[in-house]
Design a protein around this ligand. Structure first.
Ligand SMILES: CC(C)(COP(=O)(O)OP(=O)(O)OC[C@H]1O[C@@H](n2cnc3c(N)ncnc32)[C@H](O)[C@@H]1OP(=O)(O)O)[C@@H](O)C(=O)NCCC(=O)NCCS
Length: 177
């Protein structure tokens, strides 16, 4: 369990599958996330879900995001972990709309970034978000991410953002001052 100010992060479990299925079949959420809309049935999704929990990827760490009183409101992860480049990509989705624009996303990102820089030797965390997703970009800026480029992929246009260990350390020092 990783505790933030407004949220806690915990390992994924089978009981998350229904929320995740609901969010992954939601056209607005998948559009904001630039991810494919899940079209399989829930039983099929659940079977794949159980398999992934049993055989987790070594280059991807997934967490459920819960409110401090234990409500599952979203997910986050770091993945594409590259030991040679010493970097990984961060992903987040607050699937429950009741929790948008209240700082839950920023606290999730800050908590996950703190965890990664404290528990691993990685030096850089990056993410991509659609150019049009102003809410996400504002959230990531609040957490110390800075824009570092653009990426066109398929029909999407992404803004790339990053934070490196040195910037993060400086933020920690500023926070203490
Ligand atoms: C993107 C997401 C993670 C952000 O989390 P959140 O909890 O809503 O974000 P926060 O409240 O921490 O910060 C959002 C900020 O953007 C602001 N904002 C909201 N809509 C905005 C808009 N259209 N333009 C500019 N800023 C906007 C909010 O007011 C807030 O700023 P403030 O704290 O100064 O008031 C979450 O909304 C989410 O998962 N959305 C659905 C999926 C998605 O967008 N995925 C893409 C992830 S890359």
């Amino acid at each position: 369990m990783i505790i933030g100010s407004k949220i806690k992060l915990r390992d994924k479990r089978l009981g998350d599958a229904l929320n995740d299925y609901t969010w992954r079949t939601d056209p607005e959420l998948t559009r904001l996330d630039a991810s494919p809309l899940v079209t399989t049935t829930f039983p099929r999704y659940l079977a794949d879900y159980a398999h992934e929990l049993r055989y987790p990827s070594l280059i991807r760490h997934r967490f459920a995001v819960e409110t401090l009183d234990g409500k599952h409101i979203g997910n986050c992860s770091y993945y594409a972990i590259d030991e040679t480049k010493s970097e990984a990509e961060l992903g987040i989705m607050i699937g429950n709309r009741d929790y948008w624009d209240k700082g839950y996303g920023a606290d999730t990102v800050t908590t996950l970034v703190n965890y990664i820089f404290r528990q691993t030797k990685l030096k850089r965390i990056y993410l991509k978000t659609l150019d049009s997703n102003s809410r996400a970009q504002k959230c990531f800026k609040k957490c110390g991410f800075t824009p570092c480029g653009h990426l066109g992929r398929d029909r999407f246009s992404f803004t790339l953002m990053e934070i490196n260990r040195k910037q993060w350390q400086e933020q920690q020092t500023e926070g203490m001052g």
